[in-house]
Ligand binder design. Structure first.
Ligand code: SF4
Length: 405
């Protein structure tokens, strides 16, 4: 089929095969791809609304044994800068989030061999008991695989135990490009494609919230990007048809290179990374190709606000989250390093600049509140809450200590 006919097929909302997708991605005018993606977004989500989440990342440990070449965040066990956050520290972060009206924490960390499954269960059950109104979307398939490896368990067993302890969702971090040739080059010790997909399959069967991600700019081929998206699309088909609980959203960004990671220092650095136009184009293509996904998130922390707003006209219907704290991509010179924090008022401003109405959502993309009229900074400012950490020190004896860092 000629490319213009494939664009008509895409505009009609029909599924493209991988070969057809490749043709549209590589041969069609990016402006035409973006226009179709925008139309599909308007058809599949509420036109005029752009959603966002009030949440925060909590990076509970930076110790990691996996040595991904694009990572500036981790420290090897034994390094003087290794840390593990305790309940007091994590609780203080959650309380700050509650003051902002937040509904979710995204807790992620390195593959720390000193943390056993009981540490995770203890932390989750304490968080769930202390802050029941907060969704706990934590870890990623590679962290689950790491715990399974340490405990000589299956990922099914690990996820079932963590879910019982309070885990609500498994975020889609660590997908990068779901192609084992790429993964073998940039993160040879990390979860392979089949295991990443399998962890998500299990989490979805357990009824957990999950998201799908892709990171471009690892010198992957266009075919490998299509293949990565096809893996996501296939699992989404499988989950939606068998139990109805698929990925809530698709989020992509570009590899973040700097002198603080191996890829950024590589003599082949020129081969890595991707520009803003390529990001917007790829996001638009993904909206077309992933015809069984509803929500697409713009990534302002990695692309900056101007590009994120452009993405709202290239398939995205969601502006991500306030991300009161982020320590992973920001270590590699991403936008958050300069921006530090995104307030709710600032998020509203960005969404209104794109001509849309801001709507706060939860982690399942259910609308919490939409804002028909412009809110002042004071109306969107945090409202401190009474602490629930009193007595934590006295109760510390019952908590599981971390040894061997
Ligand atoms: S990306 Fe994650 S798994 Fe890889 S080195 Fe960094 S912390 Fe470890």
């Amino acid at each position: 089929m000629i490319t213009s006919d494939l664009l008509k097929k895409a505009a009609a909302g029909e599924r493209l095969t991988p070969a057809e997708g490749l043709q549209v991605y590589t041969e069609a005018d990016p402006e035409a791809v973006m226009a179709i993606a925008h139309e599909l977004r308007l058809q599949r989500t509420t036109p005029g609304l752009v959603t966002y989440l009030i949440d925060r990342n909590i990076n509970y440990t930076n110790a990691c044994t996996t040595d991904c070449q694009f990572c500036s965040f981790y420290r090897v066990p034994g390094h003087p800068e290794v840390y593990v956050l305790d309940k007091q520290q994590i609780g203080a972060k959650v309380e700050e989030l509650l003051a902002w009206g937040g509904t979710r924490i995204l807790m992620q960390g390195g593959h720390n061999p000193a943390l056993r499954i009981e540490w995770y269960e203890d932390m989750l059950s304490w968080l769930k008991a202390t802050y029941p109104e907060i969704d706990l979307d934590c870890f990623s398939p590679s962290e689950i695989e790491n715990i399974a490896h340490l405990e000589t368990m299956t990922m099914e067993e690990v996820l079932a135990r963590l879910h019982s302890a309070g885990l609500d969702g498994l975020p889609g971090g660590g997908a990068e490009i779901l192609d084992d040739e790429v993964r073998g080059r940039i993160s040879p010790k990390k979860t392979k494609t089949a295991q990443w997909i399998h962890a998500m399959r299990i989490a979805q069967r357990l009824g957990m919230t999950t998201s799908a991600t892709m990171v471009i700019g690892f010198d992957e081929t266009m075919e490998q990007r299509i293949s990565s998206l096809t893996h996501l699309r296939n699992l989404q088909d499988e989950s939606l048809s068998s139990h109805g609980n698929g990925f809530t959203a698709f989020i992509m960004w570009t590899a973040q290179l700097s002198e603080t990671n191996s890829l950024g220092r590589s003599r082949h650095r020129h081969k890595y990374g991707a520009g803003y136009d390529e990001y917007v184009h790829t996001n638009a293509f993904a909206r077309i190709y992933l015809d069984n996904f509803t929500n697409f998130q713009a990534s302002w922390p990695t692309q900056g606000l101007d590009t994120a707003r452009r993405t709202l006209f290239a398939g995205s219907n969601d502006f991500g989250s306030t991300m009161l704290e982020e320590n992973v991509v920001s270590q590699a010179a991403a936008y958050t390093q300069q921006e530090q924090r995104m307030t709710v008022h600032r998020l509203h401003e960005q969404i209104r600049m794109a001509g849309s109405i801001p709507a706060q959502r939860d982690s399942r993309y259910r609308i919490v509140r939409s804002f028909d009229h412009v809110m002042t900074p004071a109306e969107l400012a945090p409202v401190p809450i009474p602490t629930r950490l009193d007595g934590l020190q006295e109760r510390a004896a019952q908590f599981i200590p971390v040894a061997g860092l």
